[in-house]
Ligand binder design. Structure first.
Ligand code: NAP
Length: 247
């Protein structure tokens, strides 16, 4: 995929889709900063796996909902690799509930991590990317940001915000050769979806054209593509990776 000499930061890379994206970017030749929030051991395992495959990576702690953490993470990448070419805004959480039971805390936690976190990291990363006149940003949204998702008012609002932010920043940053795209996964088999009840999983399965859940690696391949030279003329887009869930 031609990502040699590129430096990447993947948020929420200790597990799930972020982990798969970090591994796939490293396989494509990029050096990768593996961000985690609390799960240091899992992040170290990802770094080890990348090193075992002959790649280069380091783990960086930081809570994306905190602007100072996001700025520090970007500084650490610049300190280590001297540049930041690829930013994958993947860190995310879900706190599902129907509106009347949806607490203000759950609303704030999801908006702060899933939407403000993207703003925080992009704001920190934009400066070095503008200077380099090169950047590839991939935001991990969700089909919940494109279609109704009962029980996920906070999550779907945040993800719709990410899709809008993607389009707007693609326009703002395009003149400096920075592309900003999003992926919108459907139901991917990770810790996040393993928390759902058997009934909820079954109900999703019935709606998926390919009749199976997605694998984190299937989202990661699209992230790598959007960061690669092959996608150099694509910006402001949201690529749906959902096995036909939303059609
Ligand atoms: P996951 O398995 O639950 O992993 C979440 C990752 O995010 C972990 O690495 C976690 O770090 C990190 N994280 C959480 N809060 C953070 C914060 N404040 N700062 C930095 N890192 C934080 O989730 P996933 O299913 O892979 O989801 C990844 C992304 O895909 C999310 O944005 C999610 O909304 C989106 N998505 C997932 C699905 C799906 O079906 N799974 C579908 C659509 C979209 P720790 O390990 O340190 O806790």
């Amino acid at each position: 995929m031609g990502l040699e000499e590129r430096a990447a930061l993947v948020t929420g890379a200790s597990r799930g889709i972020g982990r798969a994206a970090a591994l796939a970017l490293a396989r494509a030749g990029a050096k990768v900063a593996v961000n985690y929030s609390t799960n240091e051991e899992a992040a170290r395992r990802v770094v080890d796996e990348i090193a075992q495959g002959g790649g280069e990576a380091f783990a960086v702690q930081g809570d994306v909902s905190r602007s100072e953490d996001s700025a520090r993470m970007v500084s650490e990448v610049l300190g280590r690799y001297g540049r930041l070419d690829i930013l994958v805004n993947n860190a995310g959480i879900a706190r599902d509930n129907l509106l009347l039971r949806l607490s203000e805390d759950s609303w704030d936690a999801v908006l702060d991590t899933n939407l403000k976190g993207v703003y925080n990291c992009l704001r920190a990363a934009a400066r070095p990317m503008l200077k380099q006149r090169f950047g590839r940003v991939v935001n991990v949204a969700s089909v919940a940001g494109l279609m109704a998702s009962p029980g996920q008012a906070n999550y779907s609002a945040a993800k719709a915000g990410v899709i809008a932010l993607t389009r707007t920043l693609a326009r703002e940053l395009g003149s400096r050769n920075i592309t900003v795209n999003a992926v919108a996964p459907g139901f991917i088999d990770t810790d996040m979806t393993r928390e759902l009840s058997a009934e909820a999983r079954e109900a999703y399965l019935k709606r998926i054209a390919l009749e199976r859940f997605g694998r984190p690696e299937e989202v990661a391949e699209v992230i790598v593509f959007l960061a690669s030279p092959a996608a150099g003329y694509i910006t402001g887009q949201t690529v749906v990776v959902d096995g036909g869930l939303s059609i």
